[in-house]
Design a protein. Sequence first.
Length: 148
Amino acid sequence: MKALGGNVTSLATDYNPDALDCTVETGRLNGVKIEVVRTDLDNGLDHLENKVDILLFNPPYVPTEDDPKNDLERCWAGGPNGRGAVDRLLPRVSKLLSEKGVFYLVALHSNNIPALLTACPDLVGSVAMERRCGIEHLYILKYTRKQI
């Protein structure tokens, strides 16, 4: 974020207050001020519509039999297909992004990457990165606005 220059606002949201504390501390250790909001995804942040230049989302993506039951499970449990939180945010991404905004999503191979790439009809999805990390086969998906 430092590389982007001085006129940057960094905002992080999470439902878990411990995650928000860790985010603030990570920013501090890296010399970056990060504002945090305790909320579910982008709830209550309507004022950000069409203003987000870079949106990063590292959701709970691990497929589980049930939806998460407590705060600890919310950190990793993604529900039956691992896409519970993802499927709730994807329909709202296009409204958040600025004209040249970019959305990056962390996903697991079992989250159905081909379906995720086409899940935002107003955006073009592509695989920006793919790697294995232990037993996880991870992807970074990149979404941009369709060029007219």
